[in-house]
Every structure is written in C-alpha cells, then in structure tokens.
Design a binder for this molecule. Structure first.
Ligand SMILES: Nc1ncnc2c1ncn2[C@@H]1O[C@H](COP(=O)(O)OP(=O)(O)OP(=O)(O)O)[C@@H](O)[C@H]1O
Length: 151
C-alpha cells in the first residue's frame, strides 16, 4: 500500500560501527519517510518477545544476548510497498547471500552480526511497531496518490 509502514532496527554492531547515518541516508534517498526513531538499550523481555518465533532455534539465546549487547536504533519507515522494498535493501539474512549494494552485502560477513533488522511481512511489521513504539511516538504522515505523482 501507499502509506505502508515497516519496522527497522539497526543492531548493536551497526551502531558500534557508526553505520547509522549511512543506513538512514539509503532509505531517505530511496524515497521513504522516517516516521519514528529512538536510540535505546533494548530489554531482554522486549527482545525475547520480538524474536518469539525463533525461540526454538539453537541460536536464540545468543541472538537475544547480541541484540542487548549495546544500543539499537529502532525506527518506523513509511512509503509505497516499504515492507518488501526494505527487505530487498537489507539483503539476505546471511550476508554471504547478499548482493553488493544491499546493506548486508556492503557491510558485513557474519549472519550473527548482520547490522540491521527489517520486518518480513506487513503482519510482522504491525506486531513489531506496536511492540517497540507507543502510538504517540509515531508521526502521522499521509502521502496521497497525487503527491507521489506531482511532488
Ligand atoms: N544460523 C544463525 N546463526 C546465528 N544467528 C542467526 C542465524 N540465523 C539467523 N540468525 C540471526 O537471527 C536473526 C533473525 O533471523 P531470521 O531468520 O528471522 O532472519 P531475518 O528475518 O532476515 O532477520 P531479521 O529478523 O533480523 O531481519 C537474523 O537476522 C540473525 O541476526
């Protein structure tokens, strides 16, 4: 949809490596709009809830520990088909499968240090946005079809 939203989080390794500006710049230049952002230390309970679907995977505990090992930059981005396009811009989960030009393809080699998270569907986006943000932390911005064409 035209005003679709997705949840992106720059992981502790992305923050530590000072990639925040580059990552935000990519999404702005692409044409998406930043509608919420906070730099935060995520709690263990938030991270466990966020990764609930992966709770039975062998790397789950390591993943929660890594995500809590430093600040994360939690963001909501809005725009036409942003869920799918953001996933393309991130690259594959495993950086070894990510093409150059994608965030993971350009900046990392290790699946357990892969810089950024992005919602994988509109349903997960809704769930994750509600988990990480209060409604009053999100800017209300509506692009209409005409502004996309004439802006
Ligand atoms: N085999 C693995 N070993 C270590 N960590 C892994 C492994 N597979 C996935 N992860 C970590 O768990 C995260 C979530 O895995 P998932 O399969 O949901 O991939 P994803 O949807 O591409 O990632 P994300 O949810 O972070 O955008 C990955 O981004 C990665 O940090």
């Amino acid at each position: 949809g035209i005003n679709e939203r997705t949840f992106l989080a720059i992981k502790p390794d992305g923050y530590q490596r000072r990639l925040v500006g580059d990552i935000i710049r990519r999404f702005e230049r692409k044409g998406f709009r930043l509608v919420a952002m906070k730099l935060m230390q995520a709690s263990e309970s938030l991270l466990k809830e966020h990764y609930f679907d992966l709770r039975d995977r062998p790397f789950y505990n390591r993943l929660v520990k890594y995500m809590g090992s430093g600040p994360v930059v939690a963001m909501v981005w809005q725009g036409l088909d942003v869920v799918k396009t953001a996933r393309l811009m991130l690259g594959e989960t495993n950086p070894a499968d990510s093409l150059p030009g994608t965030i993971r393809g350009d900046f990392c080699v290790d699946v357990s240090r892969n810089i950024i998270h992005g919602s994988d569907s509109r349903e997960s986006a809704q769930r994750e946005i509600a988990l990480w943000f209060r409604p009053d932390e999100i800017v209300c911005w509506q692009d209409n079809a005409e502004s996309w064409i004439y802006e």
